[in-house]
Design a protein around this ligand. Structure first.
Ligand code: NAP
Length: 377
């Protein structure tokens, strides 16, 4: 295992972190963790050098934290740094912050959390919780010893990200990054910005939630050009380990094979170790994926809220995923949930409100019809 420095105290964290959001489950129910398998996987990872465990209040329908608390018995808690996150969207008062943190300590069966994050900040949630004095709460929780280091995870535009970075003496942040998302949300620019401002950086969705692990024949042909044989997941992880600005790459591993492979990959993940030819191959794969994009929606959400509730960027993402990553079944299942919530493309009344707002000048009304044709059963 490779280790990198983390926070201003130069803690040594494993470059691979265990994300506890996609643990093995039973009966196809994300709320029912297969505890035997997941315990074996997490303890194997710790026994083989992983010392960063990431969970959050809502993962596995609220059961991930309690489960992690159990896994870390028998001396494992002392071997790891534990990260969890405040579910900011559920909080309505200062007292809620305190209540959730105490509940999380209880669930995790621990007296302190090493790395505490404000979960999934967006412009709106950030503004809401600032009003409720969340920064004072973080200071107080630190002073009381309930949390050691403060950070935030992020899902919004880069300018919002920079604003948050500049608003508080954070120890670290967690951003979505993989070779397909270089320019998405915080992106590579955000990574460098945070690092320059003294924050350590943790990466989530390094394999794009698994989408980059399955190579089509066309993509596999490109990987095969390399004399070094790597699986598509290894390529995705190695691309990230190449950045010295990154401290931890979280992977949400769902089988023991993933754990074994990702530990091996992390052991070779030295900064700046990829050769130019290897980086060129990754760029080539990125280009091919990008050429398959059906709708050039950047997910900026300027089109929202739709007066009739259509989830426009979500629909375009599902539509693109079918063609880019071949996730037809998965996209259709998620689209079915949008239909149930009456947020699907059929709700469009063609008012054109969105088209006037789209910075990409997309023909949204017609594209929604195309997406609906592709995603409906
Ligand atoms: N704070 C936030 O807002 C936020 C948001 C997202 C994630 N996170 C955290 O970040 C962690 C990492 O994100 P992620 O779970 O999306 O990570 P990821 O590594 O991009 O995706 C995990 C998925 O990739 C596939 N995978 C992983 N290793 C593989 C391997 N060696 N070979 C083949 N497939 C492999 C598996 O998919 P299959 O099971 O389909 O094969 C696995 O479920 C999460 O677990 C969570 O802790 C935080």
């Amino acid at each position: 295992m490779q280790y990198r420095y983390f926070t201003k105290d130069n803690l040594k964290v494993s470059t691979l972190g265990f994300g506890c959001m996609r643990l093995p489950i039973l009966n196809d129910d994300s709320g029912t963790i297969d505890e035997q398998k997941a315990t074996d996987m997490i303890r194997y990872a710790i026994d083989n050098g992983v010392n960063y465990i990431d969970t959050a209040y809502p993962y596995h329908k609220g059961n991930s934290e309690t489960f992690v608390g159990k896994v870390l018995r028998d001396g494992y808690r002392e071997k790891v740094y534990l990260a969890t996150k405040l579910p900011v969207w559920l909080t309505e008062s200062y007292e809620d912050f305190e209540r959730y943190l105490d509940e999380q300590l209880n669930r995790l069966n621990t007296d302190y959390i090493d790395f505490y994050l404000l979960h999934s900040l967006t412009k709106k949630t950030w503004e809401d919780i600032k009003e409720l004095n969340v920064l004072h709460f973080l200071d107080e929780a630190k002073r009381q010893g309930k949390i050691k280091y403060t950070g935030f995870s992020f899902h919004d535009h880069r300018d919002v990200f920079k604003d948050i970075v500049d608003s508080y003496p954070w120890d670290f942040c967690q951003i979505q990054l993989n070779y397909m998302d270089r320019d998405y949300q915080a992106g590579l620019e955000g990574l460098k910005y945070a690092k320059e401002k003294g924050l350590s950086v943790v990466i989530m969705e390094p394999i794009k939630g698994g989408k980059l692990s399955n190579a089509s024949e066309e993509i596999q042909k490109i990987w095969d050009k390399s004399h070094i044989k790597r699986t598509p997941s290894e390529w995705a992880l190695r691309w990230l380990y190449n950045f010295p600005e990154i401290s931890v790459v979280l992977s949400g591993m769902s089988t023991m094979d993933h754990v074994i492979e990702n530990i091996k990959t992390a052991s070779d993940g030295i900064p700046n170790s990829l050769q130019q030819e290897e980086l060129k191959l990754i760029d080539e794969v990125t280009k091919i994926y990008n050429e398959k994009v059906k709708v050039g929606c950047t997910g900026c959400e300027y089109c929202l809220p739709c007066p009739n509730g259509v989830s426009i960027p979500d629909i375009f993402e599902l539509y693109n995923n079918v063609y880019v990553y071949g996730t037809k079944n998965q996209s259709m299942n998620i689209y079915n949930n949008l239909i149930k919530a009456r947020e699907d493309a059929n709700q469009c009344i063609e008012c054109g409100h969105c088209e006037g707002l789209c910075p990409q000048h997309l023909d949204i009304i017609n594209l929604l019809k195309d997406a609906n044709g592709s995603l409906s059963r």
